[in-house]
Write a protein that binds this ligand. Structure first.
Ligand SMILES: Cc1cc2nc3c(=O)[nH]c(=O)nc-3n(C[C@H](O)[C@H](O)[C@H](O)COP(=O)(O)OP(=O)(O)OC[C@H]3O[C@@H](n4cnc5c(N)ncnc54)[C@H](O)[C@@H]3O)c2cc1C
Length: 390
């Protein structure tokens, strides 16, 4: 690269990770006339996934990207949110439509579908699949990057959008510990007839959690239980482990466990729950977005929206700077995102602990709290998140 000042669309930008944050960022950059490079570790998209709830803060970004209709054609609105106890008693049912009327719908989509929708916003020559970064070296306001395919290049900015186990984060910020939330989880499809479209049902049990999420692709079931960190989940024991963990739970669980018997263990998605908080998201010309910098707990249902918001704010800042003032642009990005992200993460931790109390006395108290937690309080809980500026 030459030493001359580069403005706007001439900035040379690398996005590492073609997931929700990375594709949104690359799509928005291309829309503004930039020509970013994207590297994505996996050879191809697809495979196992889980259902995501996307709030308007995330889905509105798709409106500007010109891809909202494609998203909406695969997404299902969440109209009702019903909470059940461990034994299956209904604790409360909330109507989500008043919030939707005010701010726009919260919608459920199968994650691989959202990836497909976002992928369409990025041109083929922009993204290199099956490729990652092997080395990063910052000097004189640029970043020299080596890639796993043997190539090298120099960039004005490197965006780490490579998820909770980010390699960019480790290379630039050193090892930052993830926080194990004490839970492990599984996801798989179940018979759509179990709930009506638009109705989300969750069991908040005693050290266990189960949810049904209707999407256009089918009814997704998500299960989580408390477990010591590092508990193995071998394929040949997976189904038996789930059966044992959810024994005796009420309402839809017996039917879910019957269905589980018909599945191949390979078709059941599994992961342990971690979240990540860190003080810095930028280091000179490297910036982290999405889960790479701040992964909330999956139970909060906000990580994808936050990741897309990050991408929108970052591209906005990159569109009004030049190669000599990038530090300021990245500082502005952090300033605009920090408070909102910290608040959401704080709430997500409290909610995660509350939903998965592992003590029968606490669970009984929690059930009473939920019973008396009114529709108005639920709306107020979400109102801050929905109304604040991103
Ligand atoms: C079970 C579950 C349920 C969830 N439910 C919700 C929900 O309802 N609502 C919600 O908003 N959020 C939810 N989340 C969280 C949400 O999925 C994440 O917050 C979101 O995916 C973060 O997006 P991201 O782009 O930062 O990371 P990711 O989506 O993880 O994308 C990272 C990408 O980087 C790639 N990559 C990784 N390492 C490298 C590397 N070294 N080089 C190149 N590429 C790399 C990965 O292959 C991937 O494509 C859930 C998460 C889980 C696990």
């Amino acid at each position: 690269m030459t030493d001359t000042v580069r403005y706007g669309t001439d900035l040379h930008i690398l996005v590492v990770g073609g997931g929700i944050a990375g594709l949104t960022c690359a799509g928005l950059l291309e829309q503004r006339g930039f020509s970013p490079d994207v590297v994505e570790k996996t050879d191809s998209y697809g495979g196992l996934g889980y259902a995501l709830g996307l709030w308007p803060a995330g889905s509105n970004i798709l409106k500007g990207l010109g891809t909202y209709e494609a998203f909406a054609s695969h997404a299902d609105p969440m109209n009702t949110y019903t909470l059940l106890s461990d034994s299956g008693n209904e604790l409360h049912s909330y109507d989500l439509r008043p919030l939707a009327d005010e701010y726009g719908e919260a919608q459920l989509i199968w994650r691989p579908r959202l990836i497909n929708v976002l992928r369409e916003t990025v041109s083929d020559e922009t993204i290199r699949m099956g490729t990652t970064v092997t080395d990063l070296h910052q000097h004189d306001d640029v970043v020299d990057v080596s890639f796993s395919d043997g190539t090298e290049d120099t960039y004005d900015v490197v965006v780490g959008a490579d998820g909770i186990h980010s390699a960019v984060r480790e290379m630039v910020f050193g090892e930052i510990s993830l926080n194990y939330a004490g839970m492990t989880s599984w996801a798989f499809w179940v018979d759509e007839a179990m709930v009506e479209r638009g109705v989300v049902k969750e069991h908040w049990g005693d050290g266990r959690f189960a949810g049904l999420y209707p999407t256009d692709d089918g009814l997704a079931c998500f299960l989580a239980v408390t477990a010591p960190e590092g508990t193995p989940d071998p394929l040949d024991e997976r189904k038996a482990r789930i059966q044992k963990s959810f024994e005796g739970m009420g309402e839809f669980i017996p039917e879910v466990l019957d269905e589980l018997e018909t599945k191949d263990a390979e078709d059941i998605w599994h992961d342990d729950f971690y979240d990540l908080r860190m003080d810095e998201w930028t280091n000179s010309r490297v910036v982290l977005i999405g889960d790479a910098g701040h992964a909330p707990l999956p139970t909060a249902g906000v990580g994808a929206s936050l990741a897309m918001e990050d991408a929108a704010v970052l591209t906005d800042e990159l569109a009004r700077t030049d190669s000599t003032r990038l530090d300021q642009a990245l500082d502005h990005y952090v300033a605009r995102r920090r408070k909102r992200v910290d608040e959401v993460q704080e709430k997500s931790r409290r909610l995660g602990t509350f939903a998965l109390f592992d003590h029968s006395l606490l669970t009984a108290v929690r059930d009473q709290v939920v019973k008396f937690y009114s529709q108005e309080r639920m709306e107020n809980y979400f109102r801050d998140f929905l109304s604040s500026e991103i």
